[in-house]
Design a protein around this ligand. Structure first.
Ligand code: FMN
Length: 169
């Protein structure tokens, strides 16, 4: 594995593509006890004068426990050749299998967290704030509650400071 640490200001990407189309792996825990899942919802931006990533995890995900119980988590981004691996991690639970092994990706210890050797970029994120989404907070529902929450639980949002950025050399 060979990652180098860079500054966020050195990067240039389209966050709508990066998160929404390419997807990411959200990973909580240290490399000997972690879980990871695919996510395609989230934001990158600025809050409280800090560079932050916000992500949304339903509490029934196994990954939820790892993100909830650790101060830090990571967001790993991959090239198109890992689409299959991300699809696998987004449709299987770490409760039932060794996802990384089955998906053919390799956990990598980074700042006490877990990223993946095959990732093009890993953001190390320190949780600052979390809140639960709820039905009564929708201002304009637009059928979103019915579409996304009729059978699945509401997401918990995690707003996290990006404390380090690693890119593969
Ligand atoms: C493309 C894609 C995007 C996803 N985005 C999210 C998300 O943003 N939040 C979420 O809670 N689940 C999301 N999921 C679902 C989880 O990845 C999926 O339920 C996964 O199997 C959970 O694994 P775990 O139980 O090991 O945590 C997504 C799945 C896919 C395929």
């Amino acid at each position: 594995m060979s990652f180098k640490k860079v500054q966020l200001s050195e990067l240039s990407f389209n966050p709508f593509k990066l998160i929404g189309k390419d997807w990411m792996l959200l990973t909580g825990g240290s490399s000997d006890n972690y879980n990871t899942m695919t996510a395609s919802w989230g934001q990158l931006g600025v809050l409280w004068n800090k560079d932050v990533l916000t992500c949304y995890i339903r509490p029934n995900r196994y990954t939820f426990e790892f993100v909830e119980n650790n101060e830090y988590f990571t967001a790993s981004f991959f090239g198109e050749q890992y689409r299959q691996a991300l699809s696998f991690c987004g449709s299987h639970s770490g409760r039932d299998c060794d996802k990384a092994k089955e998906a053919g990706i390799t956990p990598a210890a980074l700042d006490g967290c877990t990223g993946f050797e095959e990732a093009d970029m890993v953001l190390v994120c320190k949780k600052l704030y979390s809140y639960d989404m709820k039905a009564e907070s929708f201002i304009s529902d637009d059928n979103l509650t019915e579409k996304f929450y009729s059978s699945d639980p509401y997401h918990r949002a995690f707003i996290a400071e990006i404390t380090a950025v690693y890119v593969r050399e």
